[in-house]
Design a protein around this ligand. Sequence first.
Ligand code: TZP
Ligand code: MG
Length: 213
Amino acid sequence: MNPYQLYLVTDENLTLERLKYVVREAVKGGVTMVQIREKHHDVRAFIERASAIKTLLQGSGVPLIINDRVDVALAVDADGVHLGQSDMPARLARQLIGPNKLLGLSIESHQQLASVHDLPIDYIGLSAIFATPTKTDTRHHWGIDGLTSALQTTSLPIVAIGGININNLKDIVATGVHGIALVSAICLADDPRAATEQIKALLQYNHSQRVPA
Ligand code: TZP
Ligand code: MG
């Protein structure tokens, strides 16, 4: 299975109860990976939320990824970490998490993209494809053309993130990108399971989607 295909990134504004509900429903709907993303909670709350989701994901086969924080990932024995450009450098993170955990890195510019090939990472989060109210400090928007050229630039699996929803999904999928990451399209849906199923159906319909080597 391609773990990047349908990657749920959680909304930090959800209460713990809503967070658990959304993840449970999204897993039923077919998400293939879950990232806990917390920007404003303190580290103790982050660990509490990550642990709750780890328990919930047990036995589902869906990997748990922690945003930004290697210490939190190690504390809850998550399946991986997703780093931003101002987080711990990828090489140090890899030393700490070892060879078997997943390591992702957000790529926000052509310059950053050009320097990924010798980093010990498993995948790239190409950020942001479109402008999005979920993250308002994104500087570069790759668009469909930028995504297409990024796919030609690197052999690493790419996860497209930012402003992706049911209305633009077809164009994204047509690029053959390895996976898509979503916050609001699932976390803010009235019925997260139905939203996930609808998105999943559109992804599976496309047979040209790349599968990581
Ligand atoms: N990184 C780049 S855009 C983004 C993150 C975490 C937010 C994506 O949220 P949405 O609601 O799927 O546009
Ligand atoms: Mg980050």
